[in-house]
Design a protein around this ligand. Structure first.
Ligand SMILES: Nc1ncnc2c1ncn2[C@@H]1O[C@H](COP(=O)(O)OP(=O)(O)OP(=O)(O)O)[C@@H](O)[C@H]1O
Ligand SMILES: [Mg+2]
Length: 488
């Protein structure tokens, strides 16, 4: 139950947000004092008012991150909830580093906000303030989709802890990048970051690799060698592809995690460990447990904080930001910087990205390196994504390459339908099939034709052999976005 009578200070230059928060928090039994500027908030806090602060970042007179350190210094126990419409990784991290209790991207869910407030008021313990690293640092993680914001919030909360994190996600979703960000912005950032990939080491060498070995421990062990646990001491050990770890090594790892110490191969004295563990896998470990290839007890040891990285196709709104990011990254490395036409970008936003961010990064590099044009057209992207050279361009083993075997449209439709019907396991699909299939064919057709004619609907109608009004109607009905390219 709520303890009533808390005083909550709200700062936001948006009057509507002040009203919403005042009403909702009053209903919870709290007293609210609201202001539209940072200076007033700072004054209230300095005067010792309020039991909690909810603040926006950008206010007309100042940025909340400028006043937050002073506030936290004067009143370390005061929980501060930061809200921001600038939903980037850095906002979440800076909020966490400035000592904020939590961070909420805008627009926020009111129910969630209320529950964060009651949680903060129930446990008003101060967090040790971290020393702030270089604020001008480049952003390690790109994307502002709701899915990525969830990830940022989770990471921000993990930064000040040593909790074991388990990152799950398809190949190329950024698992290693997230592990590095956790280290680089966490409290062990001054220590080493050591990554070891279970899938890349011969099975019988994994234990020696992890724990090191003594001279003479086995044939070929001519001198003592430190293991990754030792090299990562005081820092972070990233156990990549943990799903590929052999059973015996799993058993040893579990024991190390339980006891906080280990012995090298051939060693006699236990060595204490001081590492933060981050594990990652693209595999379904619960499935592996059921199949008997992964230890359930180890799983629970590692899965303290699970982080699921969404595949790119679940956050296609991040594609433009990522394209820009990789284009700039390429140009810093000496690749020419290209513009991507709006319809080319649209094509990328419709692609399914089986290789996720890595596939997108590779595509952008190819576009920058291989094409002389200043502006990349939709036709180029179309041929890069769906063209005949496809099999060679995918570095993942997903079933995409096989699709390039398609010889004719008829053939493709036949195969598609066979699979489609099979998907209903003997029962029939929902009615209206003809229209659905026609739409599926018509959309890519329209897109391709519009791309080829630079979005010129008159030319597109000509090419299709259709009436102009029909084309316009279809464009509208199928929701095909038409962009006109600027004349160059
Ligand atoms: N959100 C992101 N912002 C910027 N770059 C990203 C992002 N996600 C991934 N990348 C980039 O995409 C590439 C692949 O990422 P990473 O190696 O971390 O993926 P992974 O999940 O570990 O893949 P795999 O399972 O194949 O090992 C890297 O070059 C990484 O820098
Ligand atoms: Mg990886």
């Amino acid at each position: 139950m709520n303890e009533t009578g808390h005083v909550i200070l709200v700062a936001d230059d948006d009057a509507a947000i002040r009203t919403v928060l005042t009403q909702a928090l009053s209903r919870e039994g709290h007293t609210v004092r609201a202001t539209g500027n940072a200076a007033t908030l700072a004054r209230w806090v300095a005067a010792g008012d309020g039991d909690m602060v909810i603040t926006d970042v950008m206010m007309p007179d100042d940025n909340a991150f400028n006043i937050l350190p002073r506030m936290k210094k004067a009143r370390p126990d005061l929980p501060v909830l930061v809200m921001s419409a600038q939903n980037t990784f850095m906002t979440a991290i800076r909020a966490s580093e400035a000592g904020a209790y939590d961070y909420m991207p805008k627009p926020f869910d009111l129910t969630e906000l209320i529950s964060v407030v009651s949680r903060a008021l129930a446990e008003p313990k101060a967090k040790p303030a971290a020393d702030t690293p270089d604020a001008a640092e480049a952003m390690p993680l790109i994307g502002r989709s709701p899915a990525m914001q969830d990830i940022y919030r989770m990471l921000a909360r993990m930064m000040q802890t040593d909790l074991t994190v388990m990152i799950n996600g398809e190949s190329g979703t950024g698992k290693e990048l997230v592990a590095r960000a956790l280290h680089d912005y966490g409290r062990r950032r001054k220590g080493p970051f050591v990554a070891i990939n279970m899938a890349a080491i011969p099975r019988d060498l994994i234990e020696a690799e992890l724990f090191g070995y003594e001279k003479g421990a086995f044939t070929g062990a001519v001198q003592r060698k430190a293991g990754q646990f030792e090299l990562a001491d005081g820092g972070t050990l990233f156990l990549d592809e943990i799903g590929d770890m052999p059973m015996e090594a799993q058993t040893r790892l579990l024991r190390v995690l339980q006891q906080g110490e280990y012995m090298s191969v051939g060693g006699r004295t236990p060595i204490k460990t001081d590492v933060r563990i981050i594990a990652a896998t693209h595999k379904d470990l619960r499935g592996a447990i059921a199949a008997g290839s992964f230890r359930e007890d180890l799983f629970y040891r590692l899965n303290v904080v699970p982080v699921r990285l969404p595949p790119l196709r679940e956050r296609l709104e991040d594609v433009p930001d990522l394209v820009r990011h990789f284009m700039m990254k390429g140009s810093r490395e000496g690749l020419p910087e290209k513009r991507i036409s709006a319809d080319a970008l649209e094509l990328m936003r419709r692609y399914r990205w089986p290789g996720n961010v890595r596939e997108l990064e590779n595509l952008v590099r190819r576009l920058a390196a291989l094409y002389p044009q200043d502006e990349i057209s939709a036709a180029i992207v179309q041929s890069e994504l769906y063209g005949a050279t496809e099999a060679a361009t995918h570095d993942t083993s997903d079933g995409v390459a096989a699709e390039s075997e398609v010889t004719s449209l008829e053939n493709a439709v036949e195969r598609y339908l066979a699979r489609y019907f099979a998907g209903f396991n003997g029962s029939l699909p929902p009615v209206g099939l003809h229209q659905r299939i026609m739409d599926e064919v018509e959309r890519p057709l329209l897109l391709a034709v519009l791309a080829a004619t630079n979005g010129n609907q008159i030319k597109a109608a000509d090419l299709l052999g259709l009436n102009r009004n029909t084309v316009r109607k279809k464009v509208r009905e199928l929701g095909v976005s038409v962009y006109r390219m600027p004349r160059s």
